[in-house]
Every structure is written in C-alpha cells, then in structure tokens.
Design a protein around this ligand. Sequence first.
Ligand code: ADP
Ligand code: MG
Length: 602
Amino acid sequence: MARIKVLPAEVAQKIAAGEVVERPVSVVKELIENSLDAGATEIKIELEEGGKKLIRLQDNGCGLSQEDAVLCFKRHATSKLEKEEDLEHIATLGFRGEALASISAVSRLTLKTYNGEGDRGYQVEREGDRLIRFLEIAFPPGTMVEVRDLFFNLPARRKFLRGERSELNLITSYVTQVALAFPGVKFLLIHNNRQLLNCPAVSRLEERVYQLYGRQLLDGLMTVDYEEGGYRLSGLSSRPFAGRADRQHQFFFVNRRPIKDRVLSAALTQAYLGMLDRQKSPECFLFLDLPYELVDVNVHPAKAEIRFKEPQAVFRVILHGIELAARSESLIKPVMVGEAGRVENRQPAKETKEAELNLQEKEEQKENESEVEKEPQEEIQAPEWSRQASPTWRQPGDAQQVAENSATSRAGRRVLGQYLNAYLVVTSEEGLMIVDQHNAHERLLFEKFKKLDEEKGWASRQMLFPQVLELSPEEVLHLEELQEELAGLGFELEPLGERSYSLRAFPDVFDEARATEILRGILAGGGPERLKSKRDKMLATMACKAAIKAGQPLSQAEMEFLAAELFQTTQPGVCPHGRPIIVEISRDKIEKTLGRQPGRTG
Ligand code: ADP
Ligand code: MG
C-alpha cells in the first residue's frame, strides 16, 4: 500500500491559508490592501480582542458585483492580473487572488458590498470553506468584510496567537504605516469600542506625520525630494544633528508598500554618518518609487520582503537624496551648523578630566606602595555617566566594593586602553580580554537596577520644567499597559488630552534629558526576547538606553571603573540581551601561537 497520499483539497487549502494568514495583523493587512486597490478614501477598522475575536473593515471603495462577490473567494481569483507578463509590473497592492480565499478558509467571514449598480448590494456568509448564505441587501457603496474567530477550525494555530495586547500592537503598528503611506485616505481604528487612531484625509505627508506623532517630531525633519536614474526618493527625514536615540521611527515605503529592508536601512545609516550625534539614529518617512520591473515583490506570500534588482542604485539614490536635502538645510539654517560644531568637538567633561588626573597620581603612588590595603577610596571618581546612572555607587557598601575591585585589578587585571572607541583592552595573568564597553555597561546597570528594584529603592525627582511628550498611538498603548510599573520607577506622567502627556517627574538616578530618552525607549516596547518578565524587559531597556554607546571615547578612569564594576556582576560574560561582552585570548594560546614556552615569556 502506498504511504504517500494526496491531501484532501480542504486540508491543502488550510495549509496554504496559513502562509498568507499568520495572525490577525495579516488579515488586517490583506483587507486594507484590498480596500486601497478598490480606490477607497475612507477605511474603518474595528477590532475585538486584538482581532482574535473580530476584525471588521469597512471601505467606500468600488464594491463588488454579484458575480464577483461569489468569485472572490475562489483561490487565485483576482481582478488585478490577467497574464504572466502582468507579474512584471504590478501596480496594485494585492495580486495573488489568495487573501479572501485564505482568510475565509480559517474564519467565519461575512462580506457585504455594493458597487453602485442596480439598487441592491449583496451579502455573503462563509464558514471555513463553506458558503453558508448569499442574500441581497441594502448597503451603501463600498465593501465591508467581517472576520470572526480567526483559526476557529485550526486550534493548533489559534493557540499559537499571542495575547490581546500583543496582537493589537502589531495591528496598530501596521495601520500606522499604511496611514503614513496614504495620507489622502481617512483611517479609523477602533479596539473594543475605543478609538485608537483617527486620521482624517489630508493632502500632504507632513500633515499625516503631524496627526500621528505631533509637532515635536515634525520639527526635527527636513524634506527630501530627489531623482536619479529612474529612482525617486521623497518624504521626510531627520535634519542634520536632530535624530532620536532609537530606530523606532524609521519608515520606508517602496512603491508605497511599507518595507523593512537591509539595503535601505544600511544606506540611511551611511547617509547620516557624521551628520548626527553618535548616540542618535535618523528618523525617516521615506518613499522610494521605482519602475515595477526593478523590484521583485513576489518573493514572500505575504509580501513582507522585496528584492531589488539593482541594490547599488538604491543605495546611491538614498545617499545622494539625503545629502542634497541636508546641504540645502544647512544653507537655510546656519544655526544648525553651529550646533554641529558643538556636537563634533565634544570635550570630555571637566570632572572626567579631573578623575583622569586623580588616577594618574594614583598610578604613580602605586609604583611606590606595594600594599593593597591602603587604597585611597574617595579618590576614585565615578565618571559622570556612571554616577548619573549608578545611584548606589556612592553608598557605603559600594565604596567598599570599589576598593575591593581595584584590589583585584591590582592583583592582575589591567586596563591597557580603548580600541576603536568601543572596546576596552584588559590584560590579566590568564590572558588578554577585549571588553565591549556598551554591553559591559549595560550588564552592570541592569544588575544595579534589579538591585534597586528588589530594595524598592527608586526615588522620583520633579522636572524643573515639565516636558510635553507627544506619543504615537502605539506608544499610548504601551503607556497604558505599563502605567503602574512606570509609576513604581518614579515616572510621573499627566495626560494633557489627545496623545499629549506632560512628564513631571522621573527616576532620580538619571538626568532630565536621559530620563526622557529612557521613557521613550520603554514606550517603544520590546526589550530582550530572552527575558521572561515584563519588569526585567523594562529594566533591560533602561539599562540599554542609559549605557554608554560604542564610539564614545573614555578616559582611563572611566575604563578602570567600568572594568572593575563589570567583574563584580553576576554574569560579566553576557549582556541582558544575551550578547557576549568579552572576547578572551588565553595566555596559553598567545604563547603557543607565538612559539613561546608556556609561562616563560621574557
Ligand atoms: P487579490 O487582492 O490578490 O486580487 P483577494 O483575494 O485579496 O485577491 O481579492 C480577490 C478580489 O476580490 C480582488 O481582486 C478584487 O477584485 C475583489 N475585492 C476584494 N476586496 C475588495 C474590496 N474591498 N473592494 C472591492 N473589491 C474587492
Ligand atoms: Mg488582496
């Protein structure tokens, strides 16, 4: 008997459906694309339970005829593609004719539609793969698709879905992106009867960015408009020396599709080299338009990926486009150039210099003294950045610890210096260590924060001038989710209506500027996947934002401090994200490789 069987059609259908429909956001995406392809100028999305229970989308697009209302659920039924050559220049968002078939295969679906012909519209009800009902109804021009109980007939798949918040976050983030791509379309997003996003149609991208993110963000952007060899780059991007501490607001659209792509982000980073403070990344809302045949959107069933046929040309147009925009920016706004100078010639803080001197003196003392005990504790200055974010450092217990640290370092560990402004070179009897300064600082801050947390030691400080934060819809969701946690840390936020908040108080271990940046980081969501608890994720995000970055020059004192503190942590080897902190080359390896007799260097 044959072991191989051809799958029954409905099983095959469900499997294929899984490739297009992975989670609620994939349904939302397909439905929105259909509405846009249908020429809609108003799209309303209603959700329940993060879309797991209900996704209802209504548009004012062209609607479907009676015949099409039945046909559209057939696999590979599409009005957008007729022959193979069409695949080469796809102008619509959808084209596979799979979405409605797939969605209806794994949900209870109702479609209502009216195309303006005759005086009646149609209603189709389907469950799994079966047509349940077809009726004539009175309906306004346009289409409504209601998707209930996603994966009701695929329990394994349903179990795989995340919590309500998590699914909702993905949807909000997606809707935000299409809303950016189509300012001329009105978007309304409602979850459990609550309005999350309401963007009336506007004529320009600037206005849409304003609707979603507010004035502050817009002020930091310049207009980009550039064309080269059939490629057009337009939109908004950070002014020189503006930018933001994370990559939260980097949006690319290729032929108006939201796209995440390595070529694009690499080009952006390159374009801003030397134009931003090292701690900052550019914000951008950039649209790349190119001939359809120069980009392959066909590589992924859900079209999350694309492939450029000429990646170098793409790279160039981004580089040149940003460069040109930045140049005219600085002509218009000479103030920016002044600021640039300031950023470029960043001097080490006075205190740090003193710390450096102190340490040199100590080195000299060390030559004379051979005993460890009499370490002049107070003289090791915690560098400014670490004092700011390492509150427990000045407490008596810690002074003791630092003394012990330097004792150990004297026993064998020495910091030779900094490599590429990113790594500490540390030697000891056992070998040579290269320590990643950011990861190291992140690890030690994380542990300090955890300790503070256990001791309930967070104290709050009032802002001198409360700062107004304009949050995106996604950030508002995160804020609501984390409200108590944030209050526990000492963040005090007062709603000012719409999506504006006033930041009145912050954890006193940071300074004002840093505190805002850290709050933004937390509201951006995420945190290391490997950490299970929400609290730990949050503390890790704080540590990451507060930690010194790669590229920052450090004084000898700062390096000594960092190394000493690092080796006091429970896991000096890995940062909270799970990235390694140290590369070690053992003495044994060095000696063997260089043909020395082990233990007899000299
Ligand atoms: P595709 O979008 O790839 O063509 P779908 O399964 O998403 O495939 O849709 C099938 C067809 O149904 C579309 O080609 C279009 O003709 C029609 N359709 C789907 N949604 C809408 C809508 N909101 N308004 C008008 N027509 C629609
Ligand atoms: Mg479609």
